[in-house]
Write a protein that binds this ligand. Sequence first.
Ligand code: GTP
Length: 231
Amino acid sequence: MAYKRVVLKISGEALSNGSENIDFSIVRHVAHQVAELVKMGLEVCVIIGGGNIWRGRQGRDMNRVTADHMGMLATVINSLAFQDTLESLGVPARLQTAIEMKQIAEPFIRRKAVRHLEKGRVVIFACGTGNPYFTTDMAAALRAAEMEADLILLAKNVDGIYDSDPKVNKDAKKYDEISYMDFISQNLKAMDTTAVTLCMENNIPILAFGLSEEDGIIRAAKGEKIGTIIR
Ligand code: GTP
């Protein structure tokens, strides 16, 4: 196995099918692959965005901090759906939140999260970093550093990182590999650059790949040539 402990970041949008905020067939598809990683002996942390339910200020003239709190709560809804689905597949999972809501989930306690991983449980981290003005990408980078993860698996709706938006520019070129510095200086949008900076400082590679690729998560975790690696 190429890696021992990974942080899987899934965008909230990836869980939606356009008509439903949460398409449980997609959630199960992801959960099945996570179950496979656990079976392979990998320790898995999961961070899910909230954009399928609430994104930014949604064009409204509203308080940024309040809007970000709404986004954090959206990540809890997605995370509960994911925890429930994992457990229905027989994979023990624990949800920890960066903002305390003890009736719903454990608060984030790093040492407890490590223990859960060591016991073969998947740990899902919700509420981002618990702070407004930060993204769930940033939460993935922060938790990866705190948990001493070997890799961030960035599951996206495109199959890697391109030099321009492949949905807009047909001639966009995909990178197999890109350095943290090149990613930041080219102002690429695949991941929040603050998060990439934190990964650079802590030497955590980020593998971006398509969630819709057959067994994408498993292949990425096995170290197969897939997507784009930032390192
Ligand atoms: P071990 O200590 O390794 O046995 O871990 P454990 O998670 O099985 O034990 P614990 O007694 O900490 O938790 C039992 C269950 O309660 C698990 O499903 C936890 O996720 C849950 N739990 C623990 N602390 C909290 C909390 O503060 N709030 C909520 N809502 N659930 C909690």
